[in-house]
Design a binder for this molecule. Structure first.
Ligand code: PRP
Length: 156
């Protein structure tokens, strides 16, 4: 978190980035990341779901909760907990770009490149991981275990 926060703080010097956090999974990552950023910033949330309670993406992204704040002209930083197939992030990039932000970058805690179906940009990445079902630290296992203060996995 300190490393990512420092990098973003340096890259956005003299700017005030607008964070868009993707609920539910990114809520803990977002809270820790923004506390490591030494800039004026704004923050909004939206909720997307492509998994429901399943372990594999349905391929269809559902907008469960929309943004509250306009993003036109803003330097947006998307905060995602994990990029798996890339379908969710690809949908979100299109959704955001249509609202004419000045820029959009992506901060993701985890990425599983071996599972990618759509290529998506990740500008700030915590960790690249193998194909295992991970949960804890905001990520769920059938909606439970988001409160675990660490990330653990079930090998697939
Ligand atoms: C997870 C995660 C990402 C998405 C990544 O969300 O938070 O948004 O899946 O998968 P993808 O790259 O294959 O699209 P999920 O739909 O499980 O909802 P949640 O954040 O509420 O747990």
């Amino acid at each position: 978190m300190r490393e990512l926060g420092l990098e973003i703080t340096r890259d956005y010097r003299n700017k005030a980035p607008h964070f868009v956090s993707v609920l539910n999974g990114a809520f803990i990552f977002t809270a820790d990341l923004v506390r490591n950023i030494n800039l004026p910033l704004t923050l909004d949330f939206l909720a997307l779901s492509s998994y429901g309670n399943a372990q594999n993406s349905s391929g269809e992204v559902e907008l469960l909760k929309d943004l509250r704040l306009p993003i036109a002209g803003k330097d947006v930083i998307v905060v995602e907990d994990i990029v798996d197939t890339g379908i969710t992030l690809n949908y979100l990039m299109g959704y955001l770009e249509a609202r004419k932000p000045a820029s959009v970058k992506v901060a993701a805690l985890l990425s599983k490149p071996s599972r990618r179906k759509v290529q998506v940009p990740i500008h700030y990445l915590g960790f690249e991981i193998e194909d295992a079902y991970v949960y804890g630290y905001g990520l769920d296992r059938a909606q439970e275990d988001r409160n675990l203060p660490f990330i653990t996995s079930i090998k697939s």
